[in-house]
Design a protein around this ligand. Structure first.
Ligand code: GTP
Ligand code: SPV
Ligand code: MN
Length: 597
């Protein structure tokens, strides 16, 4: 028997069992040291898994390319495996646990022959915080190890914590053959287990992220009365020095990262606003003894969308990714730096594209479609502490108090720039009926509108009807619940252009939201919720025609009545499981719209 650096029998037994299944040549325990990290970087470089970038211009930075058909989460290969199908609900793919284990075992069997199995003990949330959860990921991918070192708290200190209760999520990953036909992302919430095989793409393989922190954690949160959400967390320092924190749920590639670290536009900066970034993707939220909701970001890094990131859209991110960053599927320039569509500076005249092929601007494929230098879902992995706006409360073990929850989707029409829910229950209805156009972050038809409740459609680890019930219950448990809002940065005009400039300018909308939270501004009561009066949004320094703002804040009742039909179709899919409160909200909205017509 090999000697393992832990006293936990449960952990040792499990690792041994998985070793027998996967048959690696050797086992390496990740201790979190810089020395071990640079050793693994060297090995990954030698094996051609990563390319060391220009260390003068990009110190500590690497490039990785995935397989061509392994560039985004594969939701159709992602399963919730519960004893009862009902507990996964219709929004999830379901497999019974024995069938799922059997199918996956056939692929895992001997998959690590000739490879090293890395054992990564990690903590989601500060090590030792009562709000944190521990996982151990076994993987044969050095890329996974290097990413986990950025995204989570990893190493020996986690093992010591694990040994106290021996409670941890068992996460098994193998690249196997990186074959899309032998790829499965399986969640066993009843066994606190995740098995992922056949992929090397972030959301499929960094198992602390979507798999643990959302799918498994949402299941845990329901039992333990807390919320695991696909939300950014940010602090907005007001001119008087007070910091208000908000959490916002937008679907994948709909602007969480950008909002979380926005730079105030000149007009608002002069007033004294400043932004503090707590998280850009995941929020774990609990009710504290003061009766309000407190949030932590369980991660320590960003896994952000590269395309479109530049000094005008996101200057803080441009700073963040200058060092100790792993770039995935971007263009490699001749000087050993990187580029993507919408990056700073001029378009390079040559380079190596994300598939490793020579690239020049204007190239087309055989169908006449443009060949991009970077994949549209190209990403970077970077430590939060690199970010100039990183909050000083990142290690605070019980997080930050949340004053407002914001839901937002990518809607070309219908949804106004911002509105406020009448109540918590109405806010849950707004979240439950969110919809958004699909993006490059998931394999599927880009642009198609789908319902994406609370931006959790692909991430809720149990029956979504029960999830809505849980949200309603959480509202009842709080004496000071946050106010709930909906925003939409993506409304377009007749020529297809965005009506709202977005990015840093979004702070103007957040200012109105905080003024509502603090009862500093009136609002216009409409059938869908409270809307701002145009003059209550501070546009100082922004050349936005008044008519455009009016358009952004307009409600088309005919469109809304059409929307209601789709909401009804959606709600009906939950059958008798849908909380009746949501049907009540539906009826109330319909009545208000019809009365107003
Ligand atoms: P995930 O990491 O997939 O969860 O995405 P995210 O929600 O963090 O999205 P992100 O901030 O990376 O933005 C995705 C895309 O939306 C980028 O191409 C941005 O340029 C674009 N985007 C972000 N904010 C805005 C905005 O306010 N207006 C417009 N028009 N586009 C935006
Ligand atoms: C998302 O798709 O919402 C992401 C990227 O944040 S991934 O980690 O791949 O899920
Ligand atoms: Mn995300």
């Amino acid at each position: 028997m090999k000697k393992f650096p832990t006293h936990s029998k449960k952990l040792k037994d499990w690792v041994n069992k998985m070793v027998r299944l996967c048959q690696p040549d050797q086992i390496v325990w990740i201790d979190g040291s810089l020395q071990q990290k640079s050793q693994i970087e060297k090995e990954a470089e030698l094996a051609g898994e990563i390319i060391r970038l220009n260390q003068e211009k990009l110190p500590g930075c690497f490039l990785h390319r995935t397989a061509k058909d392994d560039v985004a989460r594969t939701e159709h290969l992602t399963f919730i495996c519960t004893k009862k199908k009902r507990d996964a609900g219709w929004t999830n793919n379901w497999m019974s646990p024995p069938v799922a284990y059997k199918k996956a075992k056939a692929i895992f069997k001997g998959a690590m022959r000739g490879r090293t199995m890395y054992v990564i003990p990690f903590s989601m949330g500060p090590i030792g915080s009562p709000f944190s959860k521990i996982g151990v990921e076994l993987t044969d991918s050095r890329y996974v190890v290097l990413n986990m070192l950025i995204m989570t708290r990893v190493g020996t200190a986690v093992l010591r914590e694990l040994e106290k209760t021996e409670e941890f999520t068992k996460c098994l990953h193998s690249k196997a053959q990186l074959d899309i036909n032998k790829r499965l992302i399986l969640h066993f919430p009843e066994d606190n287990t995740i098995w992922s095989v056949g992929s090397g793409y972030g959301g499929n393989v960094l198992l602390g992220k979507k798999c643990l922190s959302l799918r498994i954690a949402s299941w845990m949160g329901r039992r333990e009365h807390w919320l695991a959400e696909h939300m950014l967390i940010m602090g907005i320092e007001e001119p008087n020095g007070h910091i208000e924190y908000i959490a916002a749920a937008f679907p994948s590639a709909c602007g969480k990262t950008n909002l979380a670290m926005l730079v105030p536009p000149q007009g608002l900066k002069e007033k004294g606003y400043r932004i503090w970034t707590v998280g850009d993707d995941i929020a774990w939220m609990r009710i504290d003894s003061d009766g309000s909701l407190w949030a932590i970001n369980p991660e320590t890094g960003f896994f952000g969308v590269a395309v479109g990131t530049n000094s005008s859209t996101n200057p803080n991110m441009v700073e963040t990714i200058k060092k100790n960053t792993i770039y995935t599927n971007v263009l490699l320039k001749p000087d050993g730096t990187v580029w993507w569509e919408g990056a700073n500076g001029e378009v390079p005249q040559e380079g190596i594209d994300w598939q490793g092929k020579p690239w020049r601007p204007g190239m087309q494929d055989t169908n006449g479609k443009p060949i991009y230098g970077a994949h549209p879902n190209a990403r970077f992995t970077a430590p939060i502490i690199n970010c100039p706006s990183a909050s000083f409360r990142l290690e605070q073990h019980h997080g930050v108090p949340i004053s407002a929850i914001i839901f937002g989707g990518r809607r070309a029409h219908l949804t106004p720039l911002v509105y406020e829910a009448f109540s918590w229950q109405h806010g849950v209805f707004i979240g439950a009926t969110m919809a958004s156009e699909l993006t490059a972050a998931q394999v599927g038809k880009i642009g198609q509108v789908r319902r994406d409740p609370m931006a959790m459609f692909p991430f809720c680890g149990y029956n979504m009807a029960d999830y809505f019930r849980h949200w309603l219950d959480m509202g009842k448990r709080m004496t000071k619940p946050p106010k709930i809002f909906q925003v939409n940065w993506f409304r377009i005009d007749e020529s297809g252009k965005f009506l709202w400039p977005g990015f840093g300018e979004n702070l103007r909308v957040l200012e109105w939201i905080l003024n509502r939270v603090n009862n500093k501004v009136r609002a216009w009561e409409t059938p869908i919720g409270y809307l701002p009066y145009p003059e209550d949004i501070d546009l100082t320094g922004l050349a936005l025609p008044h008519a455009t703002l009016e358009k952004l804040l307009s409600i088309d009742k005919k469109e809304w009545l059409e929307e209601l039909k789709d909401i009804k179709r959606f709600f009906r899919k939950f059958k008798q499981d849908l909380p009746k409160e949501l049907w009540q909200e539906y009826e109330d909205l319909k009545r208000r719209l019809e009365a107003d017509a």
